[in-house]
Ligand binder design. Structure first.
Ligand SMILES: [Zn+2]
Length: 236
């Protein structure tokens, strides 16, 4: 019985291998760290060649069969990383750094980007130094697992001085730290402290701030809060 199953899975793999071998490679296909840009010629031995962009930002020309078989999955940076000590601390989850960079450039510089209004539209820029991917990569390296790029000053630019890799929690803490304190009747407290004291939902107060409300009475008003939102009062 066990022999049968071993054979069955072996055959399945073979079938899969055959199918994959003839799979069409088109621009935009991803093979590990490589994104196919397009076909770019025939090798001396008659194999089809594809121009690819590696996540690390390097261009590479790769034999199509090696993409499909998984033999080649990067410009070469993957292998050198595996053999370097860097690999032991960062592992292979740190792909996509090039796309992180491309996305932040787009958010700040391309008015057609969905997020532009919150970035470029708000005057947030990418430092001149970081307009070149190699500089960004040299400053920030690969993205550590579980973290994302965070601007320490939320109104500041994308620059080495203002950016770090941070967990979601660290980013949320940071955003709260940057929020102004509110003074009402001569008492100045953080939003979290006001929320606790007045049994408010701190998220509602933050929302009002974001909408431009400045009157402390309106900011800390309880009148429009349905009871059930009060359960979130201790989150801030
Ligand atoms: Zn690479």
């Amino acid at each position: 019985m066990s022999k049968f199953w071993v054979r069955a899975s072996y055959n399945l793999q073979n079938v899969g291998g055959t199918v994959r071998k003839h799979k069409l490679i088109v621009a935009g296909d991803r093979f590990n760290r490589l994104i196919v840009l397009g076909e770019c010629g025939i090798s001396n031995s008659g194999k089809r060649l594809f121009s690819c962009l590696c996540d690390c930002g390097t261009n590479a020309v790769v034999v199509g069969g090696n993409l499909n078989s998984g033999t080649t999955g990067s410009c070469g940076c993957l292998n050198s990383e595996i053999t370097s000590t860097r690999c032991t601390t960062h592992g292979l989850a740190d792909t996509g750094i090039y796309f992180i960079w491309r996305a932040l450039i787009s958010r700040c510089n391309n008015p057609k980007n969905k997020g532009f209004k919150n970035y470029g539209g708000r005057g947030i820029k990418v430092s001149d130094h970081w307009l070149k991917f190699e500089n960004f990569f040299e400053d920030m390296g690969y993205k550590p697992e579980g973290k994302s790029l965070d601007r320490v000053d939320n109104d500041g630019d994308y620059s080495v001085e203002n950016c770090r890799w941070a967990t979601r929690k660290e980013q949320a803490n940071n955003r709260r730290k940057n929020l102004p304190k509110i003074t009402l009747d001569g008492v100045t407290l953080s939003i979290g402290d006001w929320a606790n004291r007045l049994k408010l939902n701190p998220a509602s107060v933050r929302n009002r701030l974001r909408k431009g409300v400045t009157d402390p009475n309106k900011l800390l008003s309880t009148s429009r809060l349905p009871n059930k939102t009060l359960t979130g009062a201790l989150q801030c």
